[in-house]
Design a protein around this ligand. Structure first.
Ligand code: HH2
Length: 276
């Protein structure tokens, strides 16, 4: 059986894993402002674990299109107290950051995974995690959050995302990060039109080498809004449908805000497919 090495945790990949999202930000598109305070973020994280999250992803900088960049000091102030408060919880904690300095501090403070929407491209990012036991999530994006939804363009979106992920996986492995610590993510909504996102979802099983688990983050995103005509609060049903489709197409991890609902949907799928 395949396992994902996440610090001291070994997560079996024989069933899909649920990553519960906590944005410790005032401006995230999906839950902005709800968990900006440390105590609210920690309480919500514990609730997501109770609802069945297999891991928790905490982030202190919104990456929604057009979001303002956050200073290292501010991101640190948002993230580290929540990470420290969750250190004793019984699931791995992932830190969503693009900043190598914060990656290092998060690893030192007990993070089990670093999730970088910038694919560990910043100087020092790979080195910040290489010497640790942390898992890494390498995500593809085109452009920066400030510009990425301007005019995303690809010749072959599945091929280009696959080639990018393969190249970044090779860089990580060359730095000593073992395959068992690596997760790949096509980055739904990060420099992609609705058509690109749909093509990536259809081609999900072709995006990474079979040994590398794929993470899909579709929850509450604008593609769900475009399909259903719903604003963020009304996207739960569309989001769980997308999570189910991602899992059926081979996603090992789904990154979601609505853990309880997604858990139930996946439980039905697992019962039918024999993956209990
Ligand atoms: N999506 C978001 C943020 N981080 N990380 C990975 N690996 N994959 C994703 O799809 C992904 C991600 C955006 O969603 P959210 O965190 O809800 O919003 P915001 O960036 O506005 O905080």
């Amino acid at each position: 059986m395949k396992f994902l090495h996440c610090g001291k945790f070994r997560l079996a990949l024989d069933r899909p894993l649920l990553m519960g999202v906590i944005n410790i930000t005032p401006d995230s598109f999906s839950d902005g402002g709800n968990f900006a305070r440390t105590d609210a973020a920690v309480t919500h994280a514990r609730r997501l674990v109770d609802e069945g999250a297999d891991l928790i992803d905490i982030g202190g900088e919104s990456t929604r299109p057009g979001a303002a960049a956050v200073t290292l000091e501010e991101e640190r102030r948002r993230v580290l107290p929540v990470l420290e408060a969750l250190a004793g919880c019984n699931v791995p904690v992932s830190v969503d950051t693009q900043k190598p300095e914060l990656m290092r501090e998060a690893v030192a403070a007990g993070a089990h995974m670093i999730n970088d929407v910038n694919g560990f491209e910043a100087d020092g990012a790979v080195a910040a995690v290489a010497g640790s036991e942390c898992a890494i999530c390498i995500m593809h994006k085109q452009g920066s959050p400030q510009t990425m939804q301007g005019a995303p363009a690809y010749r072959d979106v599945v091929g280009e995302v696959r080639d990018y992920l393969a190249a970044r996986i090779a860089v990580a492995q060359a730095a000593g990060i073992t395959q068992a610590r690596i997760v790949a993510d096509p980055g739904f909504g990060f420099g992609k039109t609705l058509a690109h996102n749909l093509e990536l979802l259809r081609g999900l099983d072709r995006l990474a080498p079979p040994a590398i688990p794929v993470l899909a983050g579709l929850s509450r995103k604008s593609m769900i809004g475009a399909i259903t005509g719903r604003d963020v609060e009304g996207r739960i049903f569309g989001s769980v449908a997308a999570a189910l489709i991602a899992v059926q197409r081979g996603a090992a991890i789904v990154r979601v805000h609505d853990v309880a609902a997604t858990r139930d949907v996946l439980a039905v799928w697992q019962a039918v497919s024999g993956k209990t």
